[in-house]
Design a protein around this ligand. Sequence first.
Ligand SMILES: O=P(O)(O)OC[C@H]1O[C@H](O[C@H]2O[C@H](CO)[C@@H](O)[C@H](O)[C@H]2O)[C@H](O)[C@@H](O)[C@@H]1O
Length: 371
Amino acid sequence: MSDHAAKSQPVLSMPSSVPSNLMPSSVTSKRHPCSSASVTYISRRKLVEVVDGLLGVMTPSSTHIKPSVHFDSDGPSDEVSPYKAWLATCPSALASFDRIIASAQGKKIALFLDYDGTLSPIVNDPEKAFMSTEMRAAVKNVSKFFPTAIVGGRSRDKVFEFVQLKELCYAGSHGMDIMLSSADSSKSKTEDDKEAKLFQPASEFLPMIIEAYNSLVEATRSIRGANVENNKFCVSVHYRNVDKQDWDSVAQLVNDVLKSFPRLKLTTGRKVLEVRPVIDWDKGKAVEFLLQSLRLDDPGSVLPIYIGDDRTDEDAFKVLRERNCGYGILVSQVPKETEAFYSLRAPSEVMEFLDSLVRWKDQQQPAHDQE
Ligand SMILES: O=P(O)(O)OC[C@H]1O[C@H](O[C@H]2O[C@H](CO)[C@@H](O)[C@H](O)[C@H]2O)[C@H](O)[C@@H](O)[C@@H]1O
């Protein structure tokens, strides 16, 4: 995404076929609703400099997918006006709530929720990214009305450990480890039964990921604050707690390790470098898979909503946009180029949005049924 983020011109365009009922109220042209040439990306400009410098030191092997790294800035911008300008094109999902539910009339909403930065606030220690009791209750409540899946970058087990709700579906490792229903699977009598509910398109990469994880731990051992997380089918190298002057070294070390693993590639998140298999699979593909598997892929009767904060969530936003069937909601305090239709500022607003969905459904029909 950094190549993408580093470009000064928005590269996205609104498909002309987006139905008007799926268009945010402020969008009147074919321009992408969530990117605007008039938005000043102050923090991104600084990032571009870093990216340019960084790409200069990277020499990917010929068989290796070119790593595109930039160092993320996820703090609030000092300047209010660029954010306001951005809101005009990527409106708040709370302010647009009536419009969203208007397009859900007669349809079943299917919810897809990222974990880190969406259900839990970003914290320095990834092991302590707990979600609040209130957020857990909000997710539990919303899942009573709408099919709900968590689509996270961490291992599926880890995400489940944080969320602790059996009634949801879980897709871990950026969608490369999908369990269709954790509730059903716990009741499954046989291994065959469990396997039928499990989809792991990168399973052949497991030994390679373990090897890469060990190499990355070894390579970054000397960098104070660097932290390598094994996410089962992918590995995260965190630099949030690394001194800024050492960020280049972290990227260089990761890139050096990757030269020995031509079938692994590098993506970036919020102060994290993510190493994953080169397979054509991402959160977008995972959402498509879930919609199909759960028989929710009829755009006439289902409105999927995906809420996420990270670059990897853009793949899912894009799928919904291209299928003209639902909404991506980006969680961000700063203007970003995005494929999402709407935005929310922080996990606290995500909770408010989920609570609003529950209230709306509650008022709508006492029987608690969906259409
Ligand atoms: O796709 P996601 O579920 O959002 O996963 C992306 C990464 O999320 C986690 O890291 C992020 O959250 C941490 C805890 O708040 C924070 O310390 C870190 O800086 C963030 O990048 C997770 O730990 C990573 O493994 C995921 O790759």
